[in-house]
Design a protein around this ligand. Sequence first.
Ligand code: ADP
Length: 406
Amino acid sequence: MKRASVIELPANDAIPASLIANLLDMLEQPILISNRSGRILQANVRGKQRLESHGFSFESNLNLFSDLLHISPKVIGDRIESGELRIDAKFEYCDGAALARIQWLPEADWLVVRIEDVGKNAIQEQPPAMQHTVQALLQEREITYRNLLAAYLRLQEVNRQKTVFLASAAHELKTPLAVIKGYYDLLLSGSLGKLTDKQRDILQESKESCERLVRLVSMFLNYSALESGKLILHLRENDLRDCLSELATRWREAFVRKQVRLETLLNGDIPIFKFDYQKVQQTVANLLDNSLKHTPAGGQVTFRAELHFWERRSAEEIQTHDRRRERKPQPNCIKISVSDSGPGIASEHHQEIFEDFVRVDRTSSGMGLGLAIAKRLVQAHHGKIWVDSELQRGSIFTFLLPIDNK
Ligand code: ADP
């Protein structure tokens, strides 16, 4: 029998996040990590399978406490505040009962939930020798699990420090870049003297490079703000058509300059609903930026928004599935898409391009953050984002924004 080994971490070595995730996946027990309000941050393979067996998916925005364990997050919060580091909660589901062992990690303010089935195989009902072996195995597993978590936390901290450092460097670049851009505008306006055509072209090109740098810096600052937990949505009743057409107008000149046709199709039925005006603009701007960057001159980009019915599968919806099929579904979200006639993206990259710092096309400028930021902003609105694309056939980036956001 293989013994669980203790993981020794050299003090300064950063362990790749993917390795930690793989190690967590090796554990046989379902493990789910959430924040205090019950939002799931991480789950190993068994954890995800467990969610699916209860009719949820890891990607859905379920609340671990209220939806799965049937406990109010407030009760959990109160018990932690009263000094409890571990909470055991039994919960029932249609095929039986299970025990959720909840452990609070004060450093990160996370809750680690391990799920154990309670039933006829429970340890207490087994013979003493078997009980002993099972106990030993459980202890080994506990040690491995603690070491993995310690490694994971350390990795998170190193990552946080790196982000803080880069953010302060990016912040320092903001002012000089604004000054440089101001001088380009002044020179190009002709108020400091008449320019020859050659000088004007050179200045215009330098100004565009400067603007690209400003976009990169602000992209990074947005990312670091999201990373440090500063994503606060300002949900207000807004007109999405205004929000999107204002953005399209802002981008029109850049498309004309590159000779890419931009078509904007905003459906007239879009209702007023609650969303964060600026963050939706930021999301779409990242998609338009990519489409412009990757579409050659003479190409076409189409930007659409329309009402849509999104079939979200929660436990309750699965039960009412048959009944619902009989009715015509009412639109419950807005579908926003940006399609382009660019080079397309091979299917093996469709998931990873939404991760931080992932770039497939290394010939274009960028830090691999545009889509990662877009994904975070869409998910904060309880929506989802994906890409449909094939090489040589262009790309369609689509996201859904629920219109019933509370
Ligand atoms: P970046 O800011 O570096 O462009 P993104 O996160 O926006 O980063 O995009 C990640 C990667 O996805 C890019 O490096 C590129 O390879 C690919 N990509 C994104 N949008 C498109 C598109 N419209 N067409 C082709 N490839 C794209």
